[in-house]
Design a protein around this ligand. Structure first.
Ligand code: A3P
Length: 340
């Protein structure tokens, strides 16, 4: 088995270990949940609190929901998988802590974005229901990440003055990115064809799905409380990263000064966080995340509109209809290509 195979096997054994760690109460609760086959054969998803979860994360999510003490100063990066989490982690980290290090000693040169901004349910609480949060974040304010939908965030997080930054992406690119990501991680297991996975996706079935409920949950919360939740779109950052970085810095309470802008700090941050730069760093080419996912799999193509190489016209038509139906009256729109 080569290194990549070993890391894939690790995900499956992590799930098995996790299931073995469930006590009777949790086992009974999980057994009472609606269950579906995941996109990869032999793996399941459970509908917990209205969203689909891998058995890997149910227990960590409950620990996170029960025990996470939110500080008003905390920053939370919230995303749906494959919508630009890695990028936003790098951007938020680099913006918040820009005065803590010189660019040539930037932590992104030696750590992956997922090591610098750790997921709560997929990392911090993965194996420990009460982790030592004191020493997890080197810099202050603390920054964490989550894929948990807004409605299921811990009450302490919703009630505090913490800041939440959400990134969404058009569902066509997100879907293809997720399908190809699953293909990389499936080991010898079968992956549903793109048509079959698409069918599941349209019914909301994928980790942390339904996609539209996730996006709309954060969208509505951001409309109601714009000082607490900043809602960003992958495509907008691609189109004008400087404006979005300034917006992010302002929201986080660390606006760029005139001097910084003159010195090109915004452009420097954009550059070090760029897909091209991160993908080529040794730290992102080797090794694996705590879940066993090889770091390199978080960097594929990083484009807007790559879906057009995979989706058939009838799939596009169906998803366009679904977008229309789900987003109707929400005021939220998706940019499907870099040309429009
Ligand atoms: P593609 O599969 O379309 O290339 P996440 O970080 O939420 O898992 O999302 C992964 C997607 O973001 C992948 O999309 C990946 O290539 C892209 N991505 C990763 N780093 C990026 C960066 N610095 N800039 C733009 N896109 C990035």
């Amino acid at each position: 088995m080569d290194a990549a195979e070993t890391s894939k096997a690790k995900i499956v054994s992590l799930i098995q270990d996790m299931e073995k760690s469930w006590d009777d109460e949790l086992l009974q609760m999980v057994q009472s949940l609606p269950k579906e086959e995941a996109w990869v054969s032999g793996l399941s998803l459970y509908l917990y609190q209205g969203f689909w979860c891998s058995p890997l994360v149910i227990k960590p999510i409950i620990s996170f929901q029960t025990h996470f003490p939110t500080f008003d100063s905390d920053v939370i990066i919230a995303t749906f998988p494959k919508c630009g989490t890695t990028w936003l982690k790098a951007l938020a980290f680099s913006t918040l802590y820009r005065n803590h290090f010189a660019m040539d000693e930037h932590p992104l040169l030696t750590f992956t974005p997922h090591q610098l901004v750790r997921f709560l349910e997929i990392d911090v609480y993965l194996k420990n229901p009460c982790p030592d949060l004191e020493n997890i974040c080197v810099y202050k304010p603390r920054v964490f990440a989550t894929h948990v939908p807004y409605a299921s965030l811990p009450t302490s997080m919703k009630d505090s003055h913490c800041k939440i930054v959400y990134i969404c992406r058009n569902p066509m690119d997100m879907f293809i990115s997720l399908w190809l990501f699953n293909d990389k991680l499936r080991q010898e297991r079968e992956l549903l064809s793109v048509d079959e996975a698409f069918e599941k996706f349209c019914h909301g079935i994928c980790g942390f799905g339904p996609f539209f409920d996730h996006v709309l949950g954060y969208w509505k919360a951001s409309q109601e409380n714009p000082n607490k939740i900043l809602f960003l779109k992958y495509e907008d950052i691609k189109e004008d990263i400087s404006s979005r970085l300034k917006q992010l810095a302002m929201f986080l309470g660390v606006p760029f000064t005139e001097d910084e802008e003159k010195q090109g700090v915004v452009e420097e941050i954009a550059k070090i966080c760029s897909f091209e730069k991160l993908k080529e760093l040794e730290v992102n080419k080797k090794g694996t995340h705590v879940t066993g996912i090889p770091h390199k799999e978080f960097f594929r193509k990083g484009e807007v509109g790559d879906w057009s190489n995979y989706l058939t016209p009838s799939m596009v038509e169906r998803l366009e209809k679904l977008i229309h139906e789900k987003m109707d009256n929400s005021g939220l729109t998706f940019k499907l290509s870099s040309k429009t």
